[in-house]
Design a protein around this ligand. Structure first.
Ligand code: SAM
Length: 298
């Protein structure tokens, strides 16, 4: 039995936000589409029950996000409470990884994405309010702990960091393929339209240098092989293909199934529910699930 919506899209992965709290202040942050901030964080049991329910429908990939997931001191225990899965990953700002990467890997985390909008201390501070050197230590710790491939998430901003793409490509070379660069088109959640990059130009820049190009069906992401490194390009905006192959169901930090990043009028509450109830509510969420950008599906 699978979870398939009325547009024929089958859920293969969960993206679970486990907190709204964060120790950085990224100027572009979309907060996983959560507009209401709540301190009502899901318990370990609720998180495990949601994953157990989704296993019944063949879902075997989970990604944790936030806020900053490592703000939760029980993150290692959350991972340990999960049923057997093919892939458990997280996206983090990397500021606590130097201390926790080893324990996270031992708890069962398979791999990690680390936000790195700039390599330059001043620019990094301007964009996030934090210290980039701490993140460099976190990247090293993640690689040493085997949380690989480590993906470095760079949200592109004109006039701020877009000129750093070549430097980023150089930076990951030293990790011998264990670190991948993920370039992400900025989504305008925080009145950041002035930073919007022409993503077609970025695509051309990568195409020119690529020895090989692959395309994943999920969100139609392109992966470029360039001089022994891998660079992925994520184009979420006005991209009907982004939605057409979306196989992800989101969960908010206060325990609501969220069928789409860009909508908040179709949430389904599963907080403090048992797996059997959650299974039924997942079917309900499927009825409410529709692509935000529909053109390619009509
Ligand atoms: N604090 C964690 C982190 O930094 O990865 C998890 C939360 S963050 C919202 C999750 C991911 O969303 C990060 O990879 C970040 O780069 C991406 N992101 C945040 N705001 C974005 C935006 N406006 N457009 C595109 N991607 C964004």
């Amino acid at each position: 039995m699978q979870l398939t919506d009325t547009y024929g899209r089958t859920i293969k992965s969960l993206r679970i936000s486990i907190t709204n709290r964060c120790n950085l202040k990224c100027i572009y942050c979309h907060r996983e589409g959560e507009i209401r901030h709540t301190n009502n964080e899901m318990s370990i049991d609720t998180i495990a029950n949601i994953v157990k329910a989704s296993r019944k429908f063949g879902v075997n990939k989970v990604k944790f996000s936030g806020g900053e997931p490592l703000m939760r001191n029980d993150f290692e225990r959350i991972i340990k409470a999960l049923p057997e899965l093919k892939d458990i990953s997280a996206t983090t700002n990397g500021t606590s990884l130097a201390q926790r990467a080893h324990d996270l890997a031992r708890s069962g985390l398979n791999r990690i994405n680390i936000s790195l909008p700039s390599l330059t201390p001043e620019k990094y501070r301007k964009v996030t309010g934090g210290d980039v050197n701490i993140v460099f230590d976190g990247i090293d710790a993640a690689v040493a702990s085997g949380l690989i491939p480590v993906k470095l998430n760079m949200v592109l901003m004109k006039g701020l960091n877009a000129d750093e793409i070549p430097a980023m490509m150089d930076f990951i070379k030293k990790y011998d393929g264990k670190v991948i660069l993920q370039l992400i088109e900025l989504m305008n959640f925080q009145q950041t339209a002035r930073y919007q990059v022409n993503i077609d130009e970025v695509e051309k820049f990568l195409e020119k240098r690529a020895d090989g190009i692959e395309e994943r069906s999920m969100h139609r992401r392109r992966k470029y092989h360039i001089d022994g490194i891998e660079v992925e390009l994520v184009r979420p905006i006005d991209n009907s293909h982004f939605c057409a192959n979306c196989n992800r169901l989101r969960v908010t930090s206060d325990g609501k199934l969220k069928p789409c990043l860009l909508r908040n009028d179709n949430l389904v509450d599963v907080n403090n529910k048992e797996p059997v109830e959650i299974e039924e509510l997942m079917k309900l969420a499927m009825e409410k699930r529709e692509p935000f950008y529909k053109d390619a599906m009509l």
